[in-house]
Each structure stands twice: as structure tokens, then as C-alpha cells.
Design a protein around this ligand. Structure first.
Ligand code: ADP
Length: 552
């Protein structure tokens, strides 16, 4: 059982007999009677301890009871302590009133009745006790509310953590958490399954065993720096996968979790397996490089092969020309035989075709190296179209088809004559190849600015989706596989037309034939603008003659 705490009562009187009288009346183990023989001494006691009641004599030298009471009531610590004044002299109303004003709750006049004093003191002591008990209960309530609040918060935190961990377990990445100082204290299930390390094994520095030794240094450097700077980071590293014991590429990411104050509360991190993407990316890069190399090798081949093939052909052509000359001069009996001459002509044709083929290859190589050059001069396109068309007449006739050519008297412009011959030859040769023996029409028109050349056939035609493809390198449509060709003609034609600032279009429908329309600007000023982009070679016609034309 708790010892009953004695209640302190302050007795103030300058006269010893007064104090003794009070003490005699109030003597009880329930009271702790503290005596003061002056106002000052009373104030000193009040600073040191708590009292339930003050019994104070009014008449005291230096500081009387009223003055002392006023100071007591001003002090927060003592302002609520009830004061009973004890006086022997003044009982008049005015005097009593000033006592109440200075803070008295009651008066006792000497000689006092001990039982009255006792019961009054008992009332105040009881009040004091009740007050104290109320305060204690209020404190108990406050404390239990605080404990409940803290318990609820802790519960909430546990629930949050549980929810956070189930979330972390649900995602397909390895998730970890560390304290603000970098000590790892949580790993999700994915991490444990992936690395084969248990939760306990991963704690502390255990997680580092899953990392490739070669990556570990780099990862720790990042990690230590993040601890210092408080900055999030991301680093790629290799982690051993328990399933196959292979080290796989992962992104190791760490993000600081901050309190409202900005202070780091923890670090949350993830390991994401990017191994397959990384390998795919590497393969893609390798393929890209291989493709690039293949393209370069092919272009190089084209250039070399063309040159290599052209040389023997030149000499072959020369020999054939000699034979022709001899055959025509009848210098030898055998060579005058018409059958021999016919054969030689056929050989010559083949040589021409081979030469054209090789020229195409050379042109492609030149286009690739941006070295396709133009030799601009004043050209009459009407004459050129008539000439080139005439060269195809026999061939077209032999297929049972017809060629209709419609040209104005003259259509002059500043163009590259040989290149435009090449354009028309290609279009006509295609019209023969893919024209299905139907009639072929060539039409040239001219206005102030442009010349327009149209080559139309009634053959197999080109589907809508293939129209743009046919102008690309090595592009041949499936319908053309039984006909000879490299898929270069239209590519070169397109490049030549563009080199003239012209436009090439194709109108076609499957099985209804194809119409190629080329529009070439005639104007000299436009050509002079193009001159720097297509430097002109020094040819036998002489640079001065050509520049005179460009400038005129
Ligand atoms: P090649 O004649 O050597 O195949 P081209 O570059 O001249 O090469 O033509 C590319 C492809 O366009 C041809 O293979 C053919 O499929 C298609 N093509 C060209 N001209 C015609 C045409 N007049 N009619 C139908 N298809 C054509």
C-alpha cells in the first residue's frame, strides 16, 4: 500500500506563539506543516514546494499579510493556493474587503475556535486533494490517448509495410530496401528466387555474392557515392541467375525515399533483367554492321567487276571491227562469205549489249559514289527521240509489234545528250521487254519551260504498290523474272532525270500497260544553278565549249 502523502500547509506568522498555536491545532500525520516567520520566508517556501493552503497572519513587520498575498497571487506557481488570513485586530468591513481583494479566501479572527479552524482547513485540504486527483486523472487519460495513438500509428505502419512488401513481391523485378545508412534490410521473393540467396543470406553484404566480381567494384562505387550525395543512381551490372548459374545483365537502380523534411528515410531499389534485350541489341548492331559491310562490298564489287569486264570487251570490239572491215573489203575469200558477216554482226550486237550492261553497272557505282556526271549542251530532243526510236525499229518489228513516234519539229534544251539517249533506250527496251508485243507509243511535246517525253506500252503493267519500288536499285518485280535484266535501268533513268531537275512518273494498271512520263526543264538558269552539284568532266568536246553553252 502506498504511504499516505502528507499535505503541506504553510503557516505564516511573525510571532512564534502564533505559529505554535496553529501547529497545536492542526497537528496531524495528514498534514505537513511548514512554518514561516515573515512574508519573505513564506515566498521562499512557496518557490520550493507546493502547498494545499496558506494560513497567514495579517499583521507582520516589513511585509504584511496583504502585501505577501499580492505577490503570491502574481506568481503562476502559487496563484491558485487558497489563503486564510488570521487577524486579531481589524474586523471592520473595509479591512476585511481589502483582505479578500489581495487574494484571501477566508478570515479567521483571534482568538479562533480550534474546531472551526480544523474544519476549514480540512475543507481546503479536501478541495486540494480532489483537484490533484482530477489533474492526475486528466494526465492518465492524456497518456492513454497518446499510447493509443502511437499504437494505431505503429499498426498503420506495419500494415503499410505489409502492403508494400506484397506489392514488391507481386512485381516481376527484384526489389530491395536499405536503411538511410545503406544497410540493406529487405529483399523481395523475386530477388531470392533469381539469385538463389535466402532473405537472411542477402542481408548485410550477403547480396554482393550474387554480383559478378567484375561489376561489384563499379556498383559499390555508385552505391557509396549515392550515400554521400543522396542522389538516385542507375548502373548496369551482371547478376548470377540461380536457375542456370549464368551471369545476366541487369539494371541496378536506387531511389532515395525522403521524409517531409527532405532527409533520406530509406533507399528503395530494383534489379531488372535486361539480358535478352541487351543481347538482341548487340545482335542487331552486329547485323547492321554486317549489312553495312555487305553493301559496301557489293558496291566495291560492282565498281571492280565493271572495270575488269570492260577492258577485254574493248579489245574484243576492236577485233570484231577489224574483221568487219576485212569482210567488207573482200580481202579474203572466207571472210567475204555473207554468213560470216552475219555472225559477226550478231557478235557485235552481243558486245553492244554487254557494253550497255557494264555501263549500267558502272553508272550505279558512280551514283553510289556521287560521281554521276553530266555533260550539258544544247540538244534537240526531237532529233534525239527520232534517232533512238529508229534504232529500236527492227527489234520491235521482229516481235510483230509497232512503234509510233510523235515529235515536234524541234525541242531544244540544255541537257546531257548521251544520258537522255540512255533514258529513252532504257524505257524503250523495257517497253519491248514488258510490252507484250502490243504497240508502243513515243510522244514528245514541248512548251516554253519544259519538254515532256512519254513512252507507253500495252503490256503487263505495274501494280500500284510496286510503282515506287521499280525506281530502286536491283528492284525487279516478280512478273519480270523470265525476262533478262538487272533491275538497274529505271534506277539509272531516275537518277539521270533528277540530275536534269526533271520528274519521272509512271501511270499503269496491271495487264493494261505502262506509261512513263518524263518532264525535263529546258531553262538554262536552272542548269547553271545545278552546275556546282554536278561538276562536269573534261571531255573531248572541251570545257570551254560546254561552259559557253551553260552561260549563254
Ligand atoms: P530490268 O529491266 O533490268 O529488270 P529496270 O530497272 O529497267 O530493270 O526495271 C525494273 C523492274 O520494273 C523490271 O524488272 C520490271 O519488273 C518493272 N518494269 C519496268 N518497266 C516496265 C514496263 N514498261 N512494264 C511493266 N513492268 C516494268
Amino acid at each position: 500500500m502506498d504511504a499516505i502523502e502528507a499535505i503541506s500547509i504553510l503557516l505564516v506568522d511573525d510571532r512564534e506563539e502564533g505559529l505554535v498555536a496553529l501547529e497545536a491545532v492542526l497537528d496531524s500525520p495528514s498534514y505537513n506543516l511548514v512554518k514561516a516567520s515573515s512574508g519573505q520566508e513564506a515566498l521562499k517556501h512557496l518557490l520550493e514546494q507546493d502547498f494545499a493552503l496558506i494560513l497567514m497572519d495579517v499583521q507582520m513587520p516589513e511585509m504584511d499579510g496583504f502585501q505577501t498575498a499580492e505577490i503570491i497571487k502574481k506568481r503562476p506557481k502559487s496563484k491558485d493556493i487558497p489563503i486564510i488570513f488570521i487577524t486579531a485586530i481589524n474586523k471592520d468591513e473595509q479591512y476585511v474587503l481589502s483582505g479578500y481583494k489581495s487574494g484571501a479566501v477566508d478570515y479567521l479572527f483571534k482568538p479562533f475556535d480550534p474546531s472551526v479552524l480544523k474544519s476549514k482547513v480540512a475543507v481546503f485540504v479536501e478541495l486540494y486533494k480532489q483537484n490533484k486527483e482530477l489533474k492526475r486523472q486528466a494526465e492518465v487519460i492524456r497518456e492513454s490517448e497518446r499510447v493509443n495513438r502511437e499504437r494505431a500509428l505503429a499498426q498503420l505502419e506495419i500494415e503499410n509495410l505489409r502492403r508494400y512488401q506484397s506489392l514488391a513481391d507481386a512485381i516481376p523485378h527484384a526489389v530491395w530496401r536499405s536503411k538511410a545508412d545503406g544497410t540493406l534490410d529487405y529483399f523481395n521473393k523475386v530477388w531470392c528466387t533469381y539469385t538463389g540467396l535466402t532473405f537472411e543470406q542477402s542481408l548485410g553484404n550477403g547480396w554482393q555474392y550474387a554480383l559478378h566480381p567484375y561489376c561489384l567494384k563499379k556498383v559499390l562505387e555508385h552505391w557509396n557515392k549515392a550515400m554521400q550525395d543522396g542522389l538516385d543512381f542507375e548502373v548496369i551490372c551482371q547478376i548470377r541467375r540461380a536457375k542456370d548459374q549464368n551471369y545476366r545483365w541487369n539494371i541496378f537502380r536506387a531511389v532515395a525515399e525522403r521524409r517531409n523534411s527532405g532527409q533520406i528515410a530509406a533507399w528503395i531499389g530494383t534489379f531488372t533483367d535486361i539480358h535478352d534485350q541487351k543481347l538482341a541489341e548487340e545482335t542487331l548492331n552486329q547485323n547492321r554492321i554486317a549489312l553495312q559491310q555487305a553493301v559496301e562490298a557489293r558496291d566495291e564489287f560492282l565498281s571492280i567487276a565493271s572495270h575488269e569486264l570492260k577492258t577485254p570487251l574493248t579489245s574484243l570490239k576492236l577485233q570484231l571491227q577489224l574483221l568487219h572491215r576485212k569482210a567488207r573489203s573482200n580481202s579474203q575469200e572466207a571472210l567475204s562469205n555473207p554468213a560470216v558477216a552475219q555472225k559477226l554482226e550478231a557478235i557485235d550486237k552481243q558486245v553492244l549489249r554487254l557494253t550497255a550492261l557494264i555501263e549500267s553497272l558502272l553508272d550505279v557505282a558512280r551514283i553510289q559514289n556521287q560521281k554521276l556526271q553530266f555533260d550539258f549542251e544544247l540538244v534537240d530532243l526531237s532529233a534525239l527521240v527520232s534517232d533512238v526510236s529508229a534504232r529500236f525499229l527492227d527489234e520491235i518489228k521482229s516481235t510483230g509489234s509497232i512503234l509510233r513516234v510523235e515529235v515536234p519539229d524541234s525541242a531544244t534544251g540544255v541537257w546531257d545528250k548521251l544520258r537522255l539517249e540512255q533514258v529513252l533506250s532504257n524505257l524503250l527496251s523495257n517497253a519491248v521487254k514488258y510490252g507484250g508485243n502490243g504497240p508502243i507509243d513515243v510522244k514528245l511535246t514541248v512548251d516554253e519551260h519544259n519538254a515532256t517525253l512519254i513512252v507507253a506500252d500495252r503490256g503487263i503493267g505495274i501494280s500500284e504498290e510496286n510503282k515506287s519500288r521499280i525506281f530502286q536499285r536491283f528492284e525487279r518485280l516478280r512478273s519480270a523474272t523470265n525476262v533478262g535484266g538487272l533491275g538497274l535501268g529505271l534506277y539509272i533513268v531516275h537518277q539521270i532525270v533528277e540530275g536534269h531537275n526533271g520528274i519521272i512518273q509512271v501511270e499503269s494498271e496491271l495487264d493494261r500497260g505502262s506509261t512513263f512520263i518524263i518532264t525535263l526543264p529546258r531553262r538554262l538558269d536552272r542548269l547553271s544553278e545545278r552546275a556546282p552539284a554536278h561538276p562536269q568532266p573534261e571531255t573531248s568536246s572541251g570545257p570551254s565549249a560546254r561552259s559557253a553553252l551553260v552561260a549563254s
